[in-house]
Design a protein around this ligand. Structure first.
Ligand SMILES: [Zn+2]
Length: 115
């Protein structure tokens, strides 16, 4: 379920166009909803389901902190969270979710583009 809200900018410190809070997808009011954006958020939805939702947020936060220490740059840190690496890497591959393996994001933990 998609909710248009300007909260996205605040919650993501201006970095994200959308935020997936299973079963909702929040998308900024000023943002154009594209296939690519929807696919990105659907990838997060899969990640959240397979990690039983709450652990997703915990892991996301912990990895964000680790990436901040690693990159010393908020945007770079955000883009390199393994959940985001997978979502950004495959967002333009609209058929990706049909062939995605469970826990595919773990393949992005130590590299930006696995395989
Ligand atoms: Zn994302």
């Amino acid at each position: 379920m998609i909710i248009r809200t300007s909260l996205v900018r605040i919650l993501s410190f201006g970095f994200a166009s959308g935020i997936c809070l299973y079963p909702f997808v929040l998308i900024g009011k000023e943002i154009e909803v594209t296939e690519r954006l929807l696919n990105h958020e659907k990838i997060h939805m899969k990640q959240q389901l397979e990690t039983l939702i709450l652990p997703f947020y915990l892991w996301y936060l912990i990895e964000f902190i680790i990436r901040i220490l690693q990159y010393r740059n908020f945007e770079k840190a955000y883009r390199n969270i393994s959940f985001e690496r997978e979502a950004y890497y495959f967002e333009s591959h609209i058929e990706y979710l049909n062939r995605r393996k469970r826990y595919a994001w773990t393949g992005f933990l130590d590299q930006e583009n696995p395989g």
